[in-house]
Design a protein around this ligand. Structure first.
Ligand code: SAM
Length: 320
């Protein structure tokens, strides 16, 4: 097998919303808000990798521990020769814990961060020469379809990192239902879901002492400067993340330090002191709460795994 990555460009959508349009719409709204998908330019992807290494960020190491321990069981559930599709594949690191046990025929990494996706999938192809590696530059919240030429009798959609938590529960249900419709019967979804826990632990994970999550959040403003010529000064904002018990979610914001104004592509925006730009939600579930959501989305929740401390869960959802 060649180590070249087959690249599928699904991002070209002349009529769809772009970073520029969404920034202008999001800053013009009250309260101001922007989708977390815009964190991920190349710099954002690198910063996310650094977040994963922070001691407070239990999510990555815990999910990796669960996947490593359950790899054989997961492989037995899925069977060999599947098409393994990773949504939001990032560094394509967690999937390495599954490949030897699962022995899929094909891997398709799907990510919005184009250059990072290409680098990661190239490394994967070089390290696993028996695997046919594809990369799709796509927005999974807009396009949920397999690129032409990437078929599989049985598809496993791998959605790690608790990225499902970025959707509100009703959106998560709709997203999973749409994903199910895109999968052939006999397929499944292997999904990482962060759990409700001690609030201090949760808040610490999004407020690491080294300030990496803060830099990741502020990179959104840097990206507006780099790509849109925005006159915003990132130094005039600070990072804020807290757990809202009522809705069981971490909220991330960029808080304005003072009254300020800036321009994005001829559009004028103002922030009052302490006014925020809401940049991310990360919903936390109970194991049963998530299984119920998956059932409503049309799946049969199959096996689920959890670490000994009950911090994180991984679920296999069958599409019978
Ligand atoms: C929280 S990170 C998880 C990365 C990796 N899967 C992990 O578990 O460590 C989210 C990943 O999804 C990608 N992503 C976020 N929103 C996306 C979207 N709407 N469409 C495609 N990729 C997206 C990001 O670029 C990033 O690589």
């Amino acid at each position: 097998m060649s180590t070249a990555v087959r690249f599928h460009d699904q991002h070209v959508d002349e009529t769809g919303p772009s970073f520029r349009d969404d920034v202008i719409a999001g800053l013009g709204r009250s309260p101001k808000a922007l989708s977390p998908k815009y964190f991920y330019d190349e710099q954002g992807s690198l910063l996310f990798e650094s977040i994963c290494r922070q001691p407070e960020y239990y999510l990555t190491r815990t999910e990796e521990g669960i996947l490593a321990a359950a790899a054989e069981e997961i492989a037995a559930l899925v069977g060999p020769e599947s098409l393994l599709v990773e949504l939001g594949s990032g560094a394509s690191r967690k999937v390495r814990l599954l490949l030897e046990a699962m022995r899929p025929t094909r891997y398709l990494g799907v990510d919005i961060s184009r250059d990072f996706l290409l680098q990661s999938t190239r490394r994967l192809a070089a390290d696993y020469p028996w695997l046919e590696v594809h990369a799709a530059w796509a927005d999974f919240s807009e396009h949920l379809r397999l690129p032409a030429g990437v078929e599989g009798r049985r598809v496993v959609a791998f959605f790690p990192g608790s990225s499902i938590g970025n959707f509100a529960p009703a959106e998560a249900e709709a997203f999973l239902a749409e994903l199910r419709r895109a999968l052939p019967r006999g397929s499944g979804v292997l999904i990482g879901v962060d759990l409700v826990k001690d609030h201090d632990l949760l808040e610490a994970a999004y407020n690491d002492a080294a300030g990496v999550t803060a830099a990741f959040n502020l990179n959104l403003l840097e990206r507006m400067r780099r790509e849109l010529g925005a006159t915003v000064e990132p130094g005039n904002f600070r990072h804020r993340a807290f757990f809202d018990v009522e809705v069981s979610r971490i909220e991330m914001h960029l808080v304005s330090e003072s009254r300020q104004a800036f321009i994005v592509d001829d559009h004028h925006f103002e922030f009052a002191p302490d006014e925020t730009l809401h940049t991310e939600n990360s919903y936390k579930y109970s194991r049963e709460g998530f299984r119920a959501l998956a059932r409503r989305a049309g799946y049969r929740p199959d096996a689920a795994w959890c670490d000994a401390e009950g911090l994180f869960s991984v679920h296999y959802l069958s599409h019978d």
